[in-house]
Design a protein around this ligand. Sequence first.
Ligand SMILES: [Zn+2]
Length: 106
Amino acid sequence: MEIQKAKCHSCGGEYEYRNSGNMIIFCPHCHHCDNVCCDFGFGPVTPCTIDMGTEKLGAITIEKDGRSEKYKLISEKYGIDTYLESSYMEAIGEAGRMISDRIENG
Ligand SMILES: [Zn+2]
């Protein structure tokens, strides 16, 4: 995977991250959700990785259930393995908020 550098929009700290196409990146310095990047409008928004800098926090995947698709958040680090209530871009936001809560509250 391609390692890229970014500057946090919130604290100005520089950090490295893996560019995976679909991703949510948290700043390792201030834990601000600094970058949400999806192939929105061009293809599926999953799998979407959730990283803090280059550290993997979790991922969003899709499970097919008959004709419907369920978005799922998996995080080994925080012991999360759950279906999301939302779908598509809203699911990305929902997962981002859940991980953000865990980062802040442990
Ligand atoms: Zn920051």
